[in-house]
Design a protein around this ligand. Structure first.
Ligand code: PMP
Length: 309
């Protein structure tokens, strides 16, 4: 997967040509991982291009910044507006939007206080993160030899650049061994999440997912799935999960803005259930993707039409 360049990037408050959205090599964020970011999708819907849960993503970005005492030099409304602008001006009908804020060039030391906060928002076309047939057929995953970030070390509720060193170790190890994705365990050996996705396990008609203290990023797709399960009268429990539940589950799926809702068909080469997409996973997917093709009503106001520039 490579990036399909678009014409414009929103860069520190204005749209600039793609090639001009540059950062100084001494930016603090580049050296120390002190950036925070989001990934947001725009779907081509029956109502035209719509953001999926734009407000919640912008809110999480400000939450991430708060943990690091980073002052984003724009308001939430300005950031939302900028997201509209970058999608509309690039003429995108569906898109993946990547806002990033970072401590810029100002010191070679650790304390970012002297560094200005820069912010950019790119929007690109992007297909299926885990492969084109992943949504229907599922993916093969493994449990990583790398544990996730331990509690009170690097905070996982912040979507910060530095956290993704952990995700990179997990996903690159998995791919080296022929898997589509890796699952990270917490340092106590219980299940945390995928390298860039939350994880759900279904057994005996109950859905389980690790709670917010399980070294996860609390995903917005995860939250959406919890609501969808409620609509389907499917019980969801947030609880600490042992690794081996993955080998005993009837269904396993992963969720994320990039991965959407992706079934897991095997873990460590042990088939999940009968080894393909499970019936509940399919029902949950239908409720999710139905929002975009218009077959499911957007009762919660998750869709925001992209405003013309
Ligand atoms: N965990 C991690 C580590 C992630 O990077 C992501 C993707 N943002 C998720 C979970 C899923 O979050 P969301 O559904 O909000 O995209």
């Amino acid at each position: 997967m490579s990036i399909n360049a678009t014409e414009w990037i929103w860069h520190d408050g204005e749209l600039v040509p793609w090639a001009d959205a540059k950062v100084h090599v001494l930016a603090h964020g580049l050296h120390f991982g002190s950036s925070i970011f989001e990934g947001i999708r725009v779907y081509e819907t029956a109502r035209g291009p719509c953001f999926f849960r734009l407000r919640e993503h912008v809110e999480r970005m400000f939450d991430s910044a708060r943990i690091y005492r980073m002052e984003i030099p724009f308001t939430r409304e300005e950031v939302e507006r900028a997201c509209h602008e970058v999608v509309a001006r690039n003429g995108l009908r569906s898109a993946y939007i990547r806002p990033v804020a970072y401590f810029g060039y100002g010191t070679l030391g650790l304390d970012p206080a002297p560094c200005p906060v820069g912010m950019s928002i790119a929007a690109v076309e992007w297909g299926r993160y885990l492969g084109s047939d992943a949504i229907e057929n599922g993916v093969d995953v493994c449990v990583s030899s790398w544990a996730r970030l331990a509690p009170n070390t690097v905070p996982t509720l912040a979507k910060a650049g530095g956290n993704y060193l952990s995700s990179q170790l997990i996903t690159t190890e998995a791919k080296r061994h022929g898997y589509a994705e890796g699952i990270g365990l917490c340092t106590d050996g219980t299940i945390s999440e995928g390298a860039g996705e939350n994880l759900f396990v279904l057994r005996d008609g109950v859905v389980r997912t690790p709670g917010s203290a399980a070294s996860i990023l609390v995903g917005i797709t995860r939250d959406s799935v919890k609501h969808i399960c409620a609509d389907l009268d499917l019980e969801v429990r947030e609880e600490s999960l042992p690794r081996e539940i993955l080998y005993l589950a009837d269904e396993v799926f992963m969720t994320g803005t990039a991965a959407e809702i992706t079934p897991v068909r095997s873990v460590d080469r042990i088939p999940v259930g009968s080894g393909g997409r499970g019936p509940w996973t399919q029902r949950i997917q239908e409720r999710f993707f139905g929002l975009f093709d218009g077959s499911v009503e957007d009762t919660r106001g998750w869709l925001t039409p992209v405003e013309e520039a």
